[in-house]
Every structure is written in structure tokens, then in C-alpha cells.
Design a protein around this ligand. Structure first.
Ligand code: 4AD
Ligand code: MG
Length: 507
């Protein structure tokens, strides 16, 4: 008999197979046990029927506890109604490892508890789906760059210099010298692009972010392409086709995962099809403060409408709760009562989210109204700006003072730097940061001094401008930010197997 994995069940309909896995959940009926089994590749319901199998096997099925592991033999049956579209009719089970009182049950748990048990939490269905999407994204990212004839190269993790400002450096000891954990592979990427033409790095990067936000990790994975003979317009074209490609790929290949995550993927169709809006920083600022309209509306009008909509929704939800409660009071059958109670709980959760919006929208309005030209876009500014579009928005030509030292200055407008940020829709904010690099050695030296960086550490970098310097550009995509948005997660902590962030080093 063939040992197979759950994701391949479709090839074995009507056949007897063997799988090895763990029990995630169980229901008991009269003389029948419904085992929900996972094997890492998927989930399947296995039915143990008292009348069809050995009493010993049936008793074992009955006694299996959550997360015990076993080998199971049975016949594959097609059933559209089941998760994955198949079920297995059990013939035999062999216990491999017992599991006593698995801490994560089907009851709701607090997020800190789940984070403390991250090593076990990874086994649950939502986490499984997120990790599969992450895996597919990584695969699509490599496919895209390899198809575009980029060479994958690795930048060092131990570095002697800062790239993205000195405030987020993790210092470490390197044989009695001070070294930092890399914030970005970019500077090395530039050197590699001069050797290979088009390269991309894909590795962990480290930033000491001493605050808890839903968008920041201390250790995250970044994809950083760098291209010789590229300006920022070409860079933006590449970013756009790159994002379209990976979104299309996950949309097509992660259908089951998105179903588990209850992720409505219709927004992806627009992203694949439509051109991304490109706004200069000046334009973005004007839109933010309401000086420029998008589709005939200002941000402030749009947000005020959103606010009224939220109030209306809260009211409607409350009415629905009242009506369900009145029905329960009037007396209903047990099944109906459970149904209504569940409905009330769901609506209450809805209201919680709406209340949160009711609180933040007025704050967004205030901060948009008071946005100061010349300052960086804050998280809420990004949310407000992207609220006006259903697509990722590219903001380019930034005031050079708020961008990194290596950014190319615009010849026509020397107060601007040729950087680009891509802001994801649905409130996810910046997912890509990049731009064209400064090639003028003098300007670069000026910037290194202005940022009070140690010149000695950048001598090698300046060499790149001394020997056959060419226009070049690149960008960095934060993998976890992308996973969070694609899966529409509330927090970045679920996008990586073992998140490292302020206040979290274990497990
Ligand atoms: O905008 P950043 O700082 O740009 C760079 O590091 C450039 N050197 C990239 C380049 O041009 N080669 O970071 C790039 C992206 C951000 O847009 C964001 O997606 C992600 O990295 N990122 C973070 N993700 C999670 N946690 C953090 N603390 C992050 N900081 C940046
Ligand atoms: Mg950035």
C-alpha cells in the first residue's frame, strides 16, 4: 500500500492508502468517530466506523487526543462537502506518539499565550495557511527575478557600517571589533550589480525598533534587487511588474489557503490588471491635506463619509443583536438558541472592529489635515493616502532631507531625491522602499558627513563611484509586510515562523 500525503489525495480516489499525521480535532457520533487529521501538507476528515473495523482500532480512534501522532490506513472517497474535497474511510490506525493536554485548544486564547506557544501554534490551521502563502511568495519572487535574468547573491550579515540610519543598529562583537547586524544588503548589492549587471539579495535584515507596532519586526527578510544602467523610472516599472507577477502567482496557487484565511482575493484582480498610481511626494502631500482631489473627492470628505458609514453600521449591528436577544428571550429551541448566540458573538466582534475605526478615523483626519510639507509619511498618512485608491500607490521624488544618504539628487530640483516608496492598499502602508543611487562622489561624501557616518567605513563604497560608475537603482521589499498584506493579517507577528521583535526573543 502506498504512503501518500494529503495534498495528493485526488490521485487516489477509491484506493487504499497510508498517511502519517496528527489529530487536530475530533467529533464523535453513534458508533462513529470523525477524526480531522493533518500531515503538514493538508487536512482531511477520516471516518472510523465501528461496524467496519476491528474493535481495537475503533477504540484507539475513540481515545486519540489532540496532536497525538499516528499512521492511518484507509480508502479515499471523494466528497465535495469536505475540507479539501475528500475523506478517508479508516481501516487501521497505529499510534506513534501520544499527546497529553495539548495547550492550544479550539477555545479562544489570548495572543500573548499563543505567542509564548509559537512552537506549537504553528500547527494550527490559520498559521499553516499563512506559512504556505509565505512559501509561495518566496518561490514566486525567485521565479520572477530568475526569469528576468537577475543573479541571486548574498550580502554579509555582519557589517561595519550603517545603511538605514544609525538609530536602529544592533551592535555586536566581532573578534573585539564592533560590528553591526545588517539593516540592508543594498550597499553590497550595488557592488555586486557592478560585477554582474542585475542582482538580487534575499536575506534576513535587522533593525532595533524599540516600539511595538503591527508593522515592525526586529528581524525581517528583505528582497533587494539592484540594477546597473537603471534610473528610477525603470526601477518603478520593474517594481510594478514584480508586484503584479507575485500577486498573480499567489492568487492562482494559494486558493485553499486564502479560503482558510477568509481572504477576499477580488482586490488582486485589479492589482494584476490596472496601472499603479504614481504620485510625486508633492502631489501626495497635496492629496493628503485635501488640496487635490482624487476621483472628485478630497481625503477629508472621503474619511468623513467613512466615519458616518461606521456610525450607521454600528447602529445596524446593535439592532441585529437586540432582535436576536429578543428572540432568545421569547424562547426558542436549543439549536436555534445556539445559532442566535453565535450570531450575537460574531456581531459583537464586528462592533469591536467598528468601534476601533470610530476612534481612529477622526485621528486620521486630524493628522492628514495637519500634514507638514517636508516631513515623512506616518503610518496613518499612508493609510489615508491609499484609502483613495484600490491599488498599491508609488510615491516618488522625496525631499532629500528625509531620505537615506545614498539617494540620487534630482538635477532639476536639488531639494528632491529620486526615492520611491510603494504603499500597499487596505491600510498596510509601505511594503517597498527604493530609488536611484547617488553617483556623484562629492555629493555622496557631503551626505556621509551630513549624516555623521564614519567615512572610513564607506571608502570601499566610494570606490564604486571611482571606477566606471554608472546610473543604477534598486529597491527592497519587506517579505513579512507583503505576507501580512496578502493574507490581510492584523499584525506582522504571524507572518514569520519565529518572530523577533521588541519584547520577544522566545520561543
Ligand atoms: O525602506 P527601507 O528601509 O529601504 C531599505 O532598506 C533600502 N536599503 C532598500 C533598497 O533600496 N535596497 O526598507 C525596505 C522595506 C520596507 O519598505 C519594508 O517593507 C521593510 O523593508 N521593512 C520592515 N519590515 C518589517 N519590520 C521592519 N522593522 C522593517 N523595516 C523595513
Ligand atoms: Mg522606507
Amino acid at each position: 500500500m502506498q504512503k501518500i500525503t494529503i495534498q495528493n489525495l485526488d490521485k487516489y480516489v477509491g484506493k487504499e492508502v497510508k498517511i502519517s499525521g496528527w489529530l487536530t480535532n475530533k467529533r464523535s457520533g453513534k458508533g462513529i468517530e470523525f477524526l480531522i487529521v493533518r500531515d503538514g501538507s493538508g487536512f482531511v476528515q477520516c471516518i472510523a466506523d465501528e461496524n467496519e473495523i476491528d474493535a481495537k482500532v475503533f477504540n484507539l480512534a475513540k481515545s486519540l487526543s489532540q496532536e497525538s501522532s499516528f499512521e492511518l490506513k484507509g480508502t479515499v472517497v471523494k466528497d465535495e462537502k469536505q475540507i479539501g474535497g475528500f475523506e478517508i474511510h479508516v481501516k487501521d490506525i497505529k499510534l506513534i506518539g501520544e499527546s497529553v493536554s495539548f495547550p492550544i485548544t479550539n477555545k479562544p486564547h489570548g495572543v500573548e499565550f499563543l505567542m509564548d506557544n509559537r512552537h506549537l501554534w504553528l500547527r494550527s490551521k490559520r498559521q499553516w495557511a499563512i506559512m504556505r502563502v509565505r512559501n509561495r511568495l518566496i518561490f514566486a519572487i525567485h521565479n520572477f527575478f530568475q526569469k528576468e535574468e537577475f543573479v541571486q547573491m548574498d550580502a554579509p550579515f555582519f557589517t561595519g557600517n550603517a545603511v538605514e540610519g544609525t538609530t536602529t543598529l544592533f551592535a555586536t562583537d566581532f573578534y573585539d571589533d564592533k560590528a553591526y547586524l545588517s539593516q540592508s544588503g543594498q550597499l553590497y548589492g550595488e557592488a555586486m550589480a557592478m560585477a554582474m549587471g542585475k542582482i538580487y539579495t534575499f536575506g534576513p535584515t535587522f533593525r532595533a525598533e524599540k516600539s511595538k507596532t503591527r508593522r515592525h519586526l526586529s528581524e525581517f527578510w528583505m528582497i533587494e534587487p539592484e540594477m546597473a544602467f537603471f534610473d528610477n523610472d525603470m526601477n518603478m516599472d520593474l517594481i510594478e511588474s514584480f508586484i503584479k507577477y507575485i500577486v498573480k502567482d499567489v492568487k492562482e496557487n494559494c486558493k485553499a489557503e486564502f479560503e482558510i484565511l477568509e481572504r477576499d482575493t477580488s482586490i488582486f484582480d485589479l492589482i494584476i490588471k490596472d496601472k499603479f498610481p504614481r504620485l510625486t511626494y508633492d502631489q501626495a502631500a497635496k492629496i493628503l491635506i485635501g488640496e487635490e482631489k482624487v476621483n472628485g473627492k478630497t481625503t477629508i470628505e472621503t474619511l468623513e463619509n467613512d466615519f458616518l458609514e461606521v456610525l450607521k453600521n454600528i447602529e445596524e449591528n446593535q439592532k441585529e443583536i437586540e432582535s436576536a436577544e429578543n428572540q432568545i428571550k421569547a424562547g426558542v429551541k436549543k439549536g436555534q438558541k445556539n445559532y442566535l448566540q453565535n450570531k450575537i458573538d460574531t456581531i459583537k466582534n464586528n462592533i469591536k472592529e467598528l468601534d476601533e475605526k470610530k476612534k481612529v478615523i477622526p485621528q486620521w483626519i486630524e493628522s492628514a489635515k495637519h500634514f507638514k510639507y517636508g516631513s515623512d509619511l506616518g503610518g496613518s498618512d499612508e493609510t489615508v493616502l491609499t484609502r483613495m485608491f484600490d491599488l498599491p500607490v508609488m510615491v516618488y521624488n522625496w525631499p532629500h532631507e528625509i531620505k537615506a544618504f545614498y539617494m540620487k539628487r534630482d538635477k532639476e530640483n536639488p531639494h528632491l531625491a529620486k526615492g520611491v516608496d510603494v504603499l500597499a492598499p487596505e491600510g498596510y502602508g509601505e511594503v517597498v522602499g527604493g530609488g536611484e543611487r547617488e553617483t556623484n562622489e562629492e555629493l555622496l561624501i557631503g551626505k556621509i558627513n551630513e549624516h555623521q557616518l564614519p567615512m572610513k567605513a564607506f571608502e570601499w563604497y566610494l570606490d564604486l563611484r571611482r571606477y566606471g560608475s554608472v546610473p543604477h537603482a534598486g529597491f527592497g521589499l519587506g517579505l513579512e509586510r507583503m505576507v501580512a498584506w496578502i493574507c490581510k493579517l492584523k499584525h506582522i507577528r504571524e507572518t514569520i515562523p519565529f518572530p523577533r521583535m521588541y519584547g520577544r526573543l522566545f520561543p
